[in-house]
Design a protein. Structure first.
Ligand SMILES: [Zn+2]
Length: 333
């Protein structure tokens, strides 16, 4: 996920963000640090990468996009531009965190002096994976910014960053695009599968494009049918938990959340405009008619909590059992 894309397409839903950046540049109001936030699959990394390459390009083209042919663009394409640094978690590290050493190198002034042009660009990706010591070290750089350096911080969960860091960055928030716009971009790439995949990606087009291969879609269907089976008392939740866990805790929790959301939508509306699994609306509606919505809401909160902590869960199987037993209790009351 941290691999830098090299194409120059400005994704259509990022045009307003791009315009804002260009405007700030035109009036010489670029901040020292930009915090780009938004859900997975909206293009945070692509925007940061495109903007950095555009700033380094000697002969930018229309819409101020990088030309792709000048020396600086070619150095960028080769990943060897001396003024474009990427700080990412050490792939060897088990924690997946950005450690203090990587940030300390930045606090060294010479690391922030441009080599080729007038500006140095540093990407911290994902910034919300810096450990506490690394964040502290970064704070020093943010407190005494070098005039010719732009720090680009990327975060899916900016709440994980210390408030002291957030307050020293200008925030650029990427929004989920309107469905029509997302589908216009996705349909030529995914064909008839575009709407369902966009729905499963919570409206994030790049996630819809990358995250759901056919095997995943098949597993999802198994999980939703399992959810219905447990609710109807036809499936044992403890046995199901083992099967779900084998399909992956992340996918299972996402699926449990989206099924509960569908259920709650169906509990309040006979024909909700949006469902994650419209093909299974009939059996879900049968369950929706008899559940206690308050209990389903409480379970949904627990699922979201579990999803947020999935990387650090010590016993994902036990957690899954607990959630599915609770769902069985709600469904079969
Ligand atoms: Zn260029």
């Amino acid at each position: 996920m941290t691999q830098a894309p090299v194409d120059n397409e400005l994704l259509p839903w990022l045009e307003p963000n791009w315009a804002r950046l260009q405007q700030a540049l035109a009036i010489d109001r670029l901040p020292h640090a930009l915090l780009i936030v938004g859900a997975r699959g909206l293009g945070k990394r692509r925007l940061a990468d495109l903007f950095a390459r555009a700033l380094l390009c000697r002969t930018p083209g229309p819409a101020a996009l990088p030309c792709g042919t000048c020396t600086d663009c070619r150095l960028n394409a080769a990943g060897s531009h001396p003024d474009w640094r990427r700080v990412t978690p050490d792939p060897e590290s088990k924690s997946g965190e950005i450690a203090i050493d990587a940030i300390r190198e930045l606090t060294d002034r010479s690391a922030l002096t441009p080599v080729r042009g007038t500006r140095k660009l540093v990407l911290i990706d994902p910034a919300d994976r810096m450990n506490a010591a690394a964040a502290n070290a970064l704070l020093k750089t943010l407190e005494e910014p070098a005039g010719n350096t732009l720090l680009l911080l990327i975060a899916e969960q900016p709440g994980r960053l210390p408030a002291t860091i957030r307050s020293r960055c200008q925030l650029l928030k990427l929004a989920v695009p309107p469905q029509d716009q997302a589908l216009a971009w996705l349909t030529p790439r995914l064909g008839a599968a575009a709407p369902v995949r966009l729905r499963l990606a919570y409206g994030a087009p790049l996630r819809a494009l990358d995250a759901f291969d056919q095997a995943t879609l098949d597993n999802r269907e198994t999980l939703v049918r399992g959810f219905i089976g447990i609710g109807r008392g036809e499936l044992d939740p403890v046995a199901a938990a083992a099967a779900w866990n084998a399909l992956g805790a992340r996918l299972s929790l996402d699926c449990l959340a989206s099924s509960l959301c569908d259920l709650l939508r169906l509990a309040v509306s006979p024909a909700p405009p949006r469902l994650a699994d419209p093909g299974l609306a009939a059996p879900l509606r049968g369950l929706a008619d008899r559940i206690d919505p308050g209990a389903a809401h409480r379970l949904l909160r627990r699922v979201f909590e579990a999803r947020g902590l999935v990387e650090s869960s010590l016993n994902p199987l036990m957690q899954m059992e607990s959630l599915l037993i609770e769902w069985a209790r709600i469904g079969q009351r």
